[in-house]
Design a protein around this ligand. Structure first.
Ligand code: ADP
Length: 412
C-alpha cells in the first residue's frame, strides 16, 4: 500500500498543511495542501489538490463549530485525508518548530521528553512555539503511535561563527544560551538547495543574501550556501520591521516602556510582538497588501520605514559577507510585492544591483531574475517551499539518515 507524509505548520489561529505521496523510490510528490483558518472564531478547512494528481483543482471549504479547538481541527483534517488520499497509509507527520535552542540542532523524532524540553523554549518564540507544540500534542492524542518529527527554524544557522551569534553581554549569559539563533531556517535551507539550479554553481556558492519577507521577516547572509549571519537573533523579534513586530530596537526603549511608562512585562511583550511593525506605524493593517493599497500618510510612512530598515539590514548582511553577488526575495511580500522589491533594489544600487523594471513588474510566478543582464549583482525572486523541506527532513529522520532518535513514539 502506498504511503503519505503530512507536514504541519501551526500558528496561533491557523494551521497550514501539505500532504505528500511517498513514491516507491522514496521521491515526494505533493498531493494537496491547505489550511485550517479561524480556529476559535470561525473555523474553515480549505484544501487544494495539486496539479497532476487525482485531487487536482479541488478546493473544499468546511465551516464547522466556532468552538473548534486544535484537536477537533486535526480530526477534521485526518478525516478529509482518509476520505480523499486514496487509501494511502500515513507514515508520519513533520512539523515546523520555530525554536530548537541549543539542544536541537537536527530534526528530531518527538517523544514526551523532547516535548517537555521544547516547552522550555516557548518564552523565546511566544508567537509560534506554543502553537507548534500544541499541534504535536493534538495529533498525538488523536493518533498515538504515529511518528512525529520536529524540524527547526534555528537549525540552518548553526553553521554561523561564534562572533555572528554572540551578544556583548557578560560571558555567563552567553554560556547560558543567550545568543543569536536566527529563524526562517527551513525557508533558507530550501532556497539554498535550489540556488545552483537558478543562479548557476558559481554564483549560488558565492555571497548571497536571501530576504524572507512574510508576516515575519528576516535576511540571511549565505556563503557557500551556508548561513553566515542573520538579522533575527535570540528571538524572532529582532532585525527587520515586520507585520506586527518592531524589529531592531534600542534595548533602552524596552526598559523605558516599563520603568518610565509603567508598562507591565506582558503589555510590553504584546506591544513589541503584536502591535508594532506595519500595523503599529500605519495604524491600518499588518498586511502589506492592505498597507500598500491604503495611501494614508501613516501608511506611506510605514512603507518608507519598512524599506529603510531593509536597506540598513541588507547593508549589514553585505558587510558580513564582504560584498554581494546575489540578492534573492522570497515569502509572501518578497514573492508578490513588486513595489517593495523595486524600492529595495533601488536602495541597493550602491551595492551593484540594477533592476530590470519590466521583469520585476511582470505578473509571473515561479523563480525569475529581476535584475538586468548588465547588473553586477543578480536579483532574483524564488518562491520558498518550507513544507517540502520539512517533508524531506522528516523522511530522512525516519530512514535513520539524520536521526537523533530519543525513544519511542509519543503518548503525551
Ligand atoms: P507567513 O509569514 O504568515 O507565512 P506569508 O509569507 O504568507 O506570511 O506573507 C504574508 C505577507 O505577504 C502579508 O503581508 C501579505 O500582505 C503579503 N502579500 C501577499 N501577497 C501580496 C501581494 N500581492 N502584494 C503585496 N504583499 C503581498
Amino acid at each position: 500500500m502506498s504511503e503519505a507524509l503530512l507536514v504541519i505548520n501551526s500558528g496561533s489561529s491557523s494551521v497550514k498543511f501539505a500532504a505528500y505521496d511517498v513514491l516507491p523510490d522514496e521521491a515526494l510528490v505533493r498531493i494537496a495542501h491547505g489550511q485550517i483558518e479561524g480556529i476559535g472564531s470561525a473555523p474553515r478547512l480549505k484544501v487544494w489538490g495539486s496539479a497532476g494528481t487525482a485531487l487536482a483543482n479541488q478546493a473544499v471549504s468546511i465551516s464547522t463549530d466556532p468552538a473548534l479547538g486544535p484537536q477537533e481541527a486535526f480530526a477534521q483534517l485526518f478525516g478529509w485525508l482518509r476520505a480523499h488520499a486514496g487509501g494511502r497509509t500515513l507514515r508520519a507527520v513533520g512539523h515546523r518548530v520555530v525554536h530548537g535552542g541549543e539542544q536541537f540542532a537536527q530534526p528530531t523524532r518527538v517523544t514526551p521528553d523532547v516535548l517537555a524540553r521544547l516547552d522550555l523554549l516557548s518564552p523565546l518564540a511566544r508567537l509560534h512555539q506554543p502553537h507548534n507544540l500544541a499541534a504535536i500534542r493534538a495529533i498525538a492524542a488523536l493518533r498515538p503511535g504515529l511518528p512525529q518529527v520536529a524540524c527547526f527554524d534555528t537549525e540552518f544557522h548553526t553553521t554561523q561563527d561564534w562572533v555572528a551569534q554572540a551578544y556583548a553581554l557578560p560571558r555567563h549569559l552567553s554560556e547560558a544560551g543567550i545568543k543569536r539563533y536566527g529563524f526562517h531556517g527551513l525557508s533558507y535551507e530550501y532556497i539554498a538547495s535550489v540556488l545552483p539550479a537558478h543562479l548557476g554553481d558559481v554564483a549560488a556558492n558565492g555571497r548571497v543574501v536571501v530576504a524572507h519577507l512574510g508576516n515575519g521577516a528576516s535576511l540571511c547572509a549565505l556563503q557557500g550556501r551556508r548561513s553566515v549571519a542573520s538579522t533575527m537573533g535570540f528571538t524572532a523579534l529582532d532585525g527587520l520591521m515586520m507585520g506586527t513586530r518592531c524589529g531592531s530596537l534600542d534595548p533602552g526603549v524596552v526598559l523605558y516602556l516599563m520603568t518610565g511608562l509603567g508598562m507591565s512585562v506582558q503589555a510590553a511583550e504584546q506591544l513589541l510582538y503584536e502591535q508594532s511593525g506595519l500595523l503599529g506605524v500605519s495604524g491600518v493593517s499588518s498586511d502589506m497588501r492592505t498597507v500598500e493599497a491604503s495611501g494614508t500618510p501613516h501608511a506611506q510612512q510605514a512603507l518608507a520605514l519598512y524599506a529603510w530598515r531593509l536597506r540598513l539590514e541588507l547593508g549589514g548582511m553585505a558587510a558580513a559577507l564582504g560584498g554581494l553577488d546575489a540578492l534573492v526575495f522570497t515569502a509572501g511580500i518578497g514573492e508578490n510585492s513588486a513595489s517593495l522589491r523595486r524600492r529595495a533594489c533601488q536602495d541597493a544600487s550602491w551595492l551593484g544591483i540594477e533592476l530590470d523594471e519590466a521583469a520585476n513588474a511582470a505578473p509571473t510566478h515561479g523563480p525569475r531574475r529581476i535584475s538586468t543582464a548588465a547588473s553586477r549583482v543578480a536579483a532574483w525572486v524564488i518562491p520558498t517551499d518550507e513544507e517540502l523541506m520539512i517533508a524531506q527532513r522528516t523522511q530522512a529522520v525516519l530512514q535513520g539518515a539524520a536521526a537523533q532518535e530519543v525513544g519511542a513514539s509519543i503518548t503525551a
